[in-house]
Write a protein that binds this ligand. Structure first.
Ligand SMILES: [Zn+2]
Length: 237
């Protein structure tokens, strides 16, 4: 019995069927959020690894929440698709190791890959077998549109005989998450276009401009006041 339990779930992105699956491969559990007819070809699919800090606590460190929310919006617009949600925090290492790595990044000014290496953690040992089983449980068409920039994910799904068209998302990000995305592109081989990164970098830089200009005006005004005080002091000495 791969689907253990299932319920209708109403969300800000519309109504979904939320199901809890247990994989026959490794008895790993995962969730799916599905809507519309999944059996027709070109079904939107996202296989998403959980990220508690971004998704529940709004952290600026990564783009996980944006990817999840944008996929929900995409599925809502198309009227059909599924998100498989895997409990794979910290690229499959769990919360403890994720926190250890983040702490090292902050203390030694390392990127995520450097921190994982220093801690002797495998860089990305995630398996998507449980998610692929869940696609089977839901009888998803073998021809899918996979929302991802992770080539390993594409390869594992293709190896399970799915024909994959990749869908790239476009979203805005905080500066810190842009750095993270750059590392994912350069060191983990994620398929992130230069144009998208350039747009994100420009956007995070322009976000700083009003603040910088405001600061400059403030400093200039303060200098004017200071000059006035000096002139007054000079006049009374
Ligand atoms: Zn994340």
């Amino acid at each position: 019995m791969p689907i253990i339990s299932s319920t209708r779930l109403s969300t800000k992105f519309g109504n979904f069927q939320a199901s809890l699956h247990r994989s026959s491969h490794n008895s790993q559990s995962c969730l799916s959020f599905a809507t519309g007819d999944l059996t027709q070809k070109n079904c939107l699919v996202r296989i998403h690894s959980s990220c508690l800090f971004a998704e529940a606590f709004h952290s600026f460190e990564c783009d996980c929440k944006q990817q999840l929310n944008q996929t929900f919006e995409l599925i809502q617009r198309e009227g059909r698709g599924v998100i498989i949600y895997l409990d794979q925090e910290g690229r499959g290492h769990g919360l403890l190791r994720k926190i250890n790595a983040m702490n090292l990044e902050n203390e030694l000014n390392l990127d995520t890959v450097e921190a994982f290496k220093k801690l002797h953690y495998a860089i990305d040992p995630r398996s998507y077998k449980a998610a692929i089983d869940a696609l089977g449980d839901l009888k998803v068409s073998k021809q899918i549109k996979l929302v991802t920039n992770n080539p390993k994910k594409i390869k594992q799904v293709q190896q399970a005989d799915y024909e994959v068209d990749r869908v790239e998302l476009v979203y805005d990000l905080e500066e810190k998450a842009v750095d993270y995305l750059t590392v994912k592109k350069n060191k983990l081989g994620h398929l992130i276009s230069d144009n998208f990164l350039k747009r994100l970098t420009n956007q995070s830089q322009t976000a700083v401009v009003p603040f910088t200009l405001g600061m400059m005006v403030k400093i200039k005004n303060n200098l004017r006041i200071l000059n006035g005080i000096i002139a007054y002091l000079k006049s009374i000495v």
